[in-house]
Design a protein around this ligand. Sequence first.
Ligand SMILES: *Cc1c(COP(=O)(O)O)cnc(C)c1O
Length: 493
Amino acid sequence: MVDFPLIFERSKPGRLGCNPPRCDVPETDLDSLLGSHRRQEAAELPEVGELEVVRHFTNLSHRNYGIDTGFYPLGSCTMKYNPRINEAVAANPAFALTHPLQPVETAQGCLEVIHDLQTWMAETTGFDTATMQPPAGASGELLCLLLIKAYHESQGQGHRSIVLVPDSAHGTNPASAARAGYTVQPVKTDGRGGTDIDDLKAHLNDNVAAMMLTNPSTLGLFEDKILEICDLIHGAGAQVFCDGANMNAIVGVTRPGDAGFDCMHLNLHKTFSTPHGGGGPGCGCIGVKAHLEPFLPVPIVAKGGDAYVLNYDRPHSVGRVHTFYGNFLMNVRAWAYVRAYGRQGLPEIAKHAVLNANYLRKRIEHEFPMPHPDRICMHEAVLTGAPLKKETGIRALDISKRLIDYGFHPPTNYFPLIVPECLMIEPTETETKETIDAFCDAMLAIADEARANPQLLKDAPTTQPVGRLDEAYAAKTLDVCWQPSKVAEPVLP
Ligand SMILES: *Cc1c(COP(=O)(O)O)cnc(C)c1O
């Protein structure tokens, strides 16, 4: 169904895309230089002119859907607008071309950016210090658990082997705990969508190393028993980690450090608007209380007198989670973003994100209710398509696929796992009322279609180059490399 020829299909023997200049260095005998490493057969490359290449990639780029082309309410991902000024600042050669190995005297501005951001992130989250090294949220989670482990060992508590994770948690939480060598035990969610205190108490003993809590939770709800929960966990000698990927709901309004958490991670690539897609470079910076500080990764960016220095002299450090200083240009973007909003502006982000999510939720909840209808949601509306499924047989997945025909990126589906037919919708603060209304209109129209013409939804999407794909098959048998011998596979129904 692809309606433009792919690059190999445009190929014609002998056609050239470039005209290299004549060789102006002595030619070398490649056999003696490469020996048996020299390839024996010519590579099967497309033979095309430059214009064909340009058309190929330009057409492909038009197949992308991104925040710059439309509404992208993918819950838990905070797909908000990235102000262009951040990109302009990050593209400045003084940042972009700095080499990580150049002498620190010549990279003072870069170190100042990292140092400023460490300070601001610690202040915004209520922790004593922060590091920018982890390149992703999951990496920040893992680092926090390694710090907790090192701390317990330093206290003669190295036997603690269990990490508690709510049954609503993001999949990276149990994965990080297992990666850090811990046994994961799930804690139940109560009838109001919070941590089930009785179940938590039943799990607490002196083998528990930590609890990983997301606040606001992945149900989009603020954990209002957070003070009691932190007290209970500390009372059992364990530590509390905050998954802060959902900071967009509370940035500038409340600080997890004040609630009693010992450490947390933030996703700069969610809350602080650095581009976020395709698993590209991110920053999962972490904030920690003073008792975890000795174990932070090297190097620490510090201020020594008038100059910034890289401190490697840290005997208790757990080592590194990334080369050099993490993804530095993410720091530059976040720095520009924080400076643009300022102390007064940051809370406005959270307030508008929460307002937009509640507005959206209220407009469609008669068709797609919240599982905890008496609660105010935070930055995202976690809704259920279960009533519609019961009535019409239409699943959350069908609704999402039909949204593509209406020109919207689908919301997150089937996560958190504890909500049946889950639709996790995060509008973010950067969308207009008109855009949110258009999305709500589409959701309500789809609910009508589910009753009138359910086949329409089961066939969706019908407006794209490919139809309904078998996503499990595509993920399990990942094939991203075109091979000349392969015949194009038919698109699955
Ligand atoms: C995105 C997210 C993570 C993981 O962040 P990555 O940068 O994708 O590794 C963890 N927890 C929650 C709640 C998230 O939304």
